[in-house]
Design a protein around this ligand. Sequence first.
Ligand code: C6P
Length: 414
Amino acid sequence: MAVTAQPALDAYRVRADFPIFEQTIHGKPLAFLDSAASSQKPRQMLEAMVRFYETSYANVHRGVYELAERATAGLENARERVATLLNAPAAREVVFVRNATEGINLVAYAWGLSNLGPGDVVVATELEHHSNFVPWQYVARRTGADFRVLPLDDSGELRLDALDALVGGGRVKVVAAGIVSNALGTVNPIETLARWAHEHGAIVVADAAQAAPHRTLDVQALGCDFLALSGHKMCGPSGIGVLWGRAELLEAMEPFLTGGHMIRSVGLERTTWGELPHKFEAGTAPMAEAVGLAAAIDYLEAIGFDAIERHEHELTAYALGRLSELPWVTTFGPPLERRAGIVSFDVDGVHPHDVAQVLDFEGVAIRAGHHCCQPLMRRLGVTATNRASFYVYTVREEIDRLVEGLYRVRKAFS
Ligand code: C6P
């Protein structure tokens, strides 16, 4: 009797939760292969936000009436939910921000401006998204610290062997690294990097924008000091992200944004700051978005992060196999074992924007460009790549349609 391996998850059933797939694009079913840019939204998350707006909406942490209390409970329940997701020691270490970019800027400004100076070294990686590269480069320049970049090997993996030489005798204060690369899918050895950083007295700022949607994260096991993520990449709404930070670091930091809600008391001469996390949450909170993010986390956990990771691994193996049938396609990135559900590739002689446009007519959405990773593009010797990225609702047929579309691209441009 033939034994068939059980698929990690039933992506067709999952897909039915996402209203976006009920339409056609250019008369074709939608093959959405751009989840690394932003994910689609399940009905469960959308309904949670509508329910909140219809039954529990008011400003939070201000009113003493029933609705305000319900809204505050929604926001604070979401904070607890995120803390559990990340295995954070305390919910007050979870700061709601707009997105991962804002979370990293918060650390760069509020920690970096007070803790960096001449003689200090800030290390980012050549693989980094601009969001965990530019803020550090900028704050290093503002403070007189040295900004250095950890190089990659030819398959797009971090050259950890170059770390010691990179800092030389310098005083390394920050190591900024992504957990998963958005451009190549490389899964970085953050734990090893964090051990090295801590031995040198540096803090580790982990960019989890591409990791949080797809894998179990444990800030204590990772050993990082700060971690940032975006809700919109993990089935949640746009407009909300998370910065997690170790309480003692957050407590010692100056605020990033100032104004309403983040204060303890305001006087004519001087203002004092509120407790964590409020010190970092100036202005009205993204409360409906927080409720949506909590529902998205519930949704992903019900599927299971192990199943999600296995599903994406199977799809990536399939995609790499199918693309290897096309001798005029070059793929970039590390071996399958150290790669998440992202495949970057080049089609001989055709600019990625043209590739993406032809594919769009076939209903296939991919991203083409530098993926906010210009230092990486330079390292690869290209200005842009095509990128297909997978998620819980991705099915093999979409990868087949990508490959069929690439034959059309080839035909159109040969
Ligand atoms: N990457 C992509 O297509 P924001 O925009 O703040 O939600 O996320 C920024 C960000 C930070 N780090 C990584 C690793 C990312 O991938 C992203 C967003 C999108 O790859 C848009 S450039």
